[in-house]
Design a protein around this ligand. Structure first.
Ligand code: HSE
Length: 336
């Protein structure tokens, strides 16, 4: 399978490590022999028709900070040309989330779709801004469009709702969709202050490139929009969400709730009509009251009642595992 990799930060590098360490399993179990034929980062894009050497790619990135030191680079402005014209089946779009206009991810995704290439992305911006039109474009061009890692990182929240709860009707859902703020709130519960906790989260690679996206609730809003469109068939956009971040949460408030058996959590909720993201006290006995970078979401269903899924919502390897999952799904469809 010939892959174009756009974005080579924590998640992109983790994905390449996974491709290397899982190569035997991927081939034996799923018939996947991945070849990364192009890779882009902030410096530009490099291509190799025979497939880039993945060990070398990682080492160049580590030592020289940009993949373009690997070999002759194609200019950054020519990324769109590469997406259009390079012989490849799947584009993996991992540029940072931009919730203002979705770029450059949006153009990458649209170009890939129009060139008949499958798309896998963990970039939330384009989907949060233009979910319905991207889904339509994917269908029109008959390509697979997979974005499992946009919600829940490595935890298959979207698949759980779409596949495992098939046949039942999801009436509402609520939970923790942002790992960074949950990590910060958990650390505040333990007594750390806000800025120390944020520094920790950024160093560990959980926070967005621009951490205000996490802190002010935009990341959770983007995920809520994606989940409500996919799971509840809503036609929502980011403007439809009532939003409040965690900037105003005081340590004294956290401690007061702690005495009452609660923890303050940034909760995203959807009841089929209203979409809300805001910090609120949650009983520590509630299954969604999880700590650290964990995400947890409870779906309330018409027949099967409440179902909660919990797992790591951020982190390079965790999110990269969702891309592998999507890749296997695409391969399975091509095979059948
Ligand atoms: N910054 C995001 C989070 C990363 O903390 O949840 C995963 O989407």
């Amino acid at each position: 399978m010939r892959l174009i990799l756009l974005g080579f930060g924590v998640v992109g590098q983790s994905l390449v490590k996974l491709l290397l360490s899982h190569s035997t399993d991927l081939y034996n179990e799923y018939g996947i022999k991945p070849k990364v034929v192009a890779c882009a980062d902030h410096g530009g894009i490099i291509t190799c028709d025979q497939g880039l050497d993945l060990d070398m790619l990682l080492s160049v990135k580590k030592k020289k900070r940009s993949v373009v030191q690997y070999g002759p680079k194609v200019d950054k402005s020519e990324i769109i040309d590469v997406i259009e014209n390079m012989d490849a089946e799947t584009v993996i779009e991992l540029t940072p989330t931009n919730i203002i206009d979705g770029e450059p991810g949006k153009s990458h995704i649209i170009t890939a779709m129009k060139s008949g290439k499958n798309v896998i992305t963990v970039n939330k911006g384009p989907l949060a801004l233009e979910f319905p039109s991207l889904m339509e474009l994917a269908e029109y061009n008959r390509i697979a469009f997979k974005f499992s890692g946009t919600v829940g990182g490595g935890t298959p929240i979207l698949e759980f709702a779409k596949r495992c709860l098939k046949g039942d009707r999801i009436l509402s859902f609520e939970g923790i969709l942002n790992g960074t703020t949950n990590y910060i709130l958990s650390k505040m519960y333990e007594g750390l202050n806000f800025s120390e906790a944020l520094k920790n989260a950024s160093e560990k690679g959980y926070a967005e490139k621009d951490p205000t996206l996490d802190i002010d609730g935009y990341d959770a809003v983007a995920k809520l929009v994606i989940a409500s469109n996919l799971v509840m068939n809503m036609k929502s956009t980011m403007n439809n969400v009532e939003r409040m971040g965690i900037r105003g949460v005081e340590r004294t408030q956290v401690m007061k709730e702690r005495k009452n058996g609660n923890a303050i959590k940034l909760i995203a909720s959807c009841d089929g009509k209203n979409l809300v993201v805001r910090p609120k006290p949650v009983s520590t006995k509630d299954p969604i009251c999880v700590d650290g970078i964990l995400n947890a979401i409870t779906f309330t269903c018409q027949h099967s009642g409440q179902q909660t899924i919990i797992g790591k919502g951020a982190g390079g390897m965790e999110t990269a595992s969702s891309i592998l999952r999507d890749l296997i799904d695409i391969r399975t469809v091509i095979r059948s």
